[in-house]
Write a protein that binds this ligand. Structure first.
Ligand SMILES: Cc1ncc(CN)c(N)n1
Length: 222
């Protein structure tokens, strides 16, 4: 497709394919897909991601506030609110899974990659960060999980049965549609963004991908 006809996020996905693939086909995800995963790594990921999701809630709340103040489309609120509501269920799911895997969540200490990612999210919560920029980063964060875990359920995957529920959490069709809605919001905002905003949003999109790579690597290193 002609680059001028393309949505901005599609153009970025094309131009930064290597990094995007690095984030969505990490060694961690590939090891789930081919059933070579070390369950110690999985437990590390689970514990660290629980902490991440707790930090993710205020980040999404900050986007909801920006949507109310800055969005030119009423529909954005419902989509973001739906995502926030799902996070309550997600936190409860992490608690149940942690019990099943014998993890005491109150004793989990955040690792450096997690701290760095959460700090990054916090920096995006500032009112000075535009809605366009923040929603783009939000979409990228969710899209990486969706594409990663959907791969573990795709054709030819040998995902261990005990990890299928985890993969289905983010790899299911509903979550895919939700990510598409976020992408549509981001593209709509990016269409009317200034050059400066566009540049900022692209840089943050790349930062999200880098943080995701680091997060997977942190889990794998355990
Ligand atoms: C590290 C990370 N990135 C993304 C997601 C999806 N909300 C997550 N739970 N954790």
């Amino acid at each position: 497709m002609d680059e001028e006809m393309m949505n901005m996020t599609e153009a970025w996905l094309r131009n930064h394919r290597l990094l995007y693939t690095g984030a969505t086909r990490s060694p961690f995800i590939l090891s789930i897909h081919d059933a070579t995963i070390n369950f110690v790594s999985f437990k590390t990921w689970l514990a660290q991601d629980y902490l991440f999701v707790r930090a993710f809630v205020p980040f999404v709340a900050s986007i909801l506030i920006k949507a109310c103040k800055e969005s030119d489309d009423d529909g954005d609120m419902e989509i973001i609110l739906g995502g926030m509501a799902a996070l309550e269920d997600e936190i409860n799911w992490f608690k149940r899974e942690a019990t099943n895997w014998g993890i005491s969540l109150s004793e989990v200490v955040p690792q450096q990659a997690n701290i760095n990612y959460c700090r990054f999210l916090e920096s995006l919560m500032s009112p000075e960060v535009e809605y366009t920029v923040a929603i783009t980063a939000f979409w990228a964060t969710e899209a990486v999980y969706q594409e990663s875990f959907a791969h573990c359920l795709g054709e030819g995957s040998k995902t261990p049965p005990e990890l299928k529920e985890t993969c289905a959490r983010w790899g299911n069709e509903g979550f895919g549609l939700y990510c598409q809605s976020l992408q549509r919001i981001a593209d709509r905002c990016l269409r009317t963004a200034s050059e400066e905003e566009l540049k900022k949003a692209e840089v943050l999109f790349l930062s999200v991908l880098e943080h995701e790579v680091e997060f997977w690597n942190m889990s794998m290193a355990a």
